[in-house]
Design a protein around this ligand. Structure first.
Ligand SMILES: Cc1ncc(C[n+]2csc(CCOP(=O)(O)OP(=O)(O)O)c2C)c(N)n1
Ligand SMILES: [Mg+2]
Length: 333
């Protein structure tokens, strides 16, 4: 049975609300800068922007502990930033510099950071799910009270891996939180053109796991739903599933003429922009003072300027090092 997420009952505290707003704005501005740098050919390769979906990563991340693990897709800059991976190390990774969080070998789609238990950045659709199930199996076998949160797009539900992972996680009662980011499109394919059943929570409940639909444009709803789901997972009951209903405002990647959706549809969703609607809601609740947003914007501008400076000054890996890390360094004679 799909359970309906309750509307928020708890009044928001000003400091927390400011933090949520700041985190969403950090992601928004970081990615706007990335798009600029991409056009200027400072960043190359693939680039998939999360703009429009920021409430999901920011809200969900608040419910996770430092010891929990995160697995994400190639649209993961927001998750990495919200998890605490530094903007500088992410930007250097975008530039392919060895000071980047994946030593410049991963680029935009393969951000990785062991210190924050951020296990990528996975380019293969559905590829993160088995990793998450494996991490959770290890935790269960070693009796650690950890949760693995696995973020993936709704496109992954068409993959066999999705069903195998849902089944095994439920059968073995593994501590995985499946976070499906349903932005309605997998590249140019609308969900309703590729799936006979478009209620994704039903797919999860058919594997005997609790599932909740969540308003993915509302950061507080995302935080509260994730808190409830994490509690269920941490209590040992097995996996849970959240379907965040969201929308990407930009193209799938930097090469996408967007012929598969109407401009009008995009404009309609933009009215629910998670950043501006949350800012307006804070204003309405008297949680914003004069100058708050300006201060946040100034801090972010300074953080981004430093991140870009760090990336520009970074170095490319030497050719001699190219075959390193193919095998574990420890295994070397
Ligand atoms: C196994 C596999 N098949 C195809 C692709 C090509 N591909 C890249 S992104 C994508 C769409 C995935 O959409 P979704 O899972 O909804 O995530 P979103 O991009 O909307 O965040 C596809 C088909 C891939 N990366 N991996
Ligand atoms: Mg999608």
């Amino acid at each position: 049975m799909a359970l309906q997420a309750n509307a928020s009952q708890t009044p928001l505290e000003r400091d927390h609300a400011l933090f949520l707003l700041r985190e969403m704005l950090r992601i928004r501005r970081f990615e706007e800068k990335c798009a600029e740098l991409y056009s200027a050919a400072r960043i190359r390769g693939f680039l998939h922007l999360y703009i429009g979906e920021e409430a999901v990563a920011v809200g969900a991340m608040q419910a996770l502990e430092p010891d929990d693990a995160i697995v994400a897709t190639y649209r993961e800059h927001g998750h990495a930033l919200a998890r605490g991976v530094s903007a500088a190390s992410i930007m250097a990774e975008m530039y392919g510099k060895q000071e980047g969080c994946s030593r410049g070998r991963g680029g935009s789609m393969h951000l990785f950071n062991a210190a924050t238990r951020f296990y990528g950045g996975n380019a293969i659709v559905g590829g993160g799910l088995p990793l998450a199930v494996g991490l959770a199996l290890a935790d269960k076998l070693q009796r650690r009270s950890r949760v693995t949160a696995c973020f993936f797009g709704e496109g992954a539900v068409a993959e066999g891996e999705f069903h195998e992972c849902m089944n095994l996680a439920a059968l073995w009662k593994l501590p995985v939180l499946f976070c499906c980011e349903n932005n309605l499109y997998a590249m140019g394919t609308a969900l309703k053109r590729s799936e006979s059943e478009i209620d994704l929570c039903l797919k999860a409940t058919s594997y005997e796991m609790p599932a909740w639909p969540v308003d993915g444009m509302d950061v507080v709803a995302c935080e509260e739903a994730t808190e409830r789901a994490v509690l269920a997972v941490r209590s040992g009951g097995g996996p849970s599933f959240l379907e965040f209903r969201t929308y990407r405002f930009r193209a799938h990647s930097m090469f996408d003429p967007q012929l598969y959706r109407d401009k009008q549809e995009v404009e309609e969703w933009k009215k629910r922009d998670p950043v501006s609607t949350f800012q307006a809601s804070m204003q309405g609740q008297g949680l914003l003072n004069d100058g708050d947003v300006e201060r946040i914007e100034e801090d972010i501008t300074a953080e981004l300027a430093k991140a870009i400076e760090f990336a520009e000054a970074g170095t490319l890996e030497s050719v001699e090092d190219l075959t390193r890390f193919v095998y574990s360094e420890k295994a070397r004679p």
